[in-house]
Design a protein around this ligand. Sequence first.
Ligand SMILES: [Zn+2]
Length: 73
Amino acid sequence: MFKYQNQIEQMLGKKLKPQANGQVYTHCPLHIDTRQSFSINLEKGLWKCHAGCGSGNILQLTRIMGKEIGVVR
Ligand SMILES: [Zn+2]
């Protein structure tokens, strides 16, 4: 189990099957993604959407997804 695996799986709402280095490709949670454009490292928490949503760390993803689902602090 990688450092951020639980957290990221909960955020994405599904189980992930990362490579040995923690890297995994999955559907982007930030746009309607029909192919797996989103890569994220479950150990480092670094992510990138190859369709252009951006990239960043786990905190930034939490913030963006919080906005997406209408959670405001
Ligand atoms: Zn995207």
